[in-house]
Design a protein. Structure first.
Length: 274
């Protein structure tokens, strides 16, 4: 991101704090990041936010509970509804009653739950990159990427090189040249403050059977070589949703918005502007 976003922190239900960064002006676009050690709104969407600002959008970059600069409680479960309700509370306080949602992985599941169960947020359009929560949680644990993510995260032994390896696992080998020292250091700084509960005690529902209830326009993007959320799940959206289009990229892993940033930005803005 070329500009430093303004950042505000809000106290939400449960006494937690949710941090939101903002850039630009115009129709609101809320970028919802995924899970993983060190994840945050700024690091997940570093190659996208400014492009959307330049196109005339108000970019909202929240850090989910357990991530970034938001509260990171220990000793609790992290159900999808906890992520969703704390995010929506903070967005309401920030003056964002609706807009388009851009969600990657866990963030895609959160975007879907907002569209399905939270009419108080007026969803315009949905852009989902390898969204989770469209199958039973146990099925995701069979994916090869999950095994590769075993690390010392949450312990004093976790180090920068482990952080670099974990980021690389999210990408196809052809894309790993995009891993910068800045990205590794930024995510490592967050990871060192996180509880392992944010991943180990995450609870996600299967929203797949309810996809036909999502009536807003949806754009789904997927990497063919995603080792975390199978690209075959794109068909769930095509079969169920009344207004959906899908795009699959070859030689691409779990991070379409990073690995195919230029194309992601162009196609997503075309979708929002259409």
């Amino acid at each position: 991101m070329t500009n430093v976003p303004a950042r505000t922190t809000y106290e939400v239900a449960g006494g937690y704090r949710i941090s939101i960064a903002e850039m630009g002006s115009g129709p609101a676009v809320v970028f919802i990041h995924g899970s993983g050690p060190g994840a945050s709104g700024a690091s997940n969407f570093r190659n996208n936010a400014q492009v959307f600002v330049d196109a005339g959008y108000r970019v909202i970059l929240p850090d989910l509970i357990g991530y970034g600069q938001s509260s990171k409680p220990e000793g609790i479960d992290y159900p999808l509804e906890l992520f969703t309700e704390t995010l929506l509370d903070a967005l309401a306080q920030h003056g964002v009653p609706g807009g388009s949602l851009v969600g990657n992985s866990l963030g895609g599941g959160i975007a879907l739950q907002i569209a399905l169960d939270h009419p108080e947020f007026a969803v315009d359009k949905l852009i989902l990159m390898a969204p989770g929560c469209v199958a039973e949680q146990s099925s995701y644990f069979t994916m090869p990427g999950i095994a590769k993510m075993r690390s010392g995260f949450g312990s004093p032994d976790f180090n920068v090189e482990e952080q670099r390896r974990l980021i690389g696992n999210l990408m196809h080998p052809d894309s790993r040249h995009r891993i910068t020292d800045q990205l590794v250091e930024e995510r490592f700084a967050v990871a060192r403050t996180q509880s392992k509960d944010v991943i180990g005690r995450m609870k996600t529902p299967d929203l797949g059977p309810r996809l036909d209830e999502v009536t807003r326009p949806i754009f789904v993007l997927w990497g063919l070589n995603d080792e975390f959320c199978p690209e075959s799940h794109a068909r769930l959206f095509l079969d169920a949703c009344p207004d959906v289009r899908c795009l699959t990229f070859s030689r691409t892993g779990h991070w379409v918005q990073v690995e195919r940033a230029e194309e992601f930005n162009r196609y997503s803005l075309d979708f929002l502007n259409g």
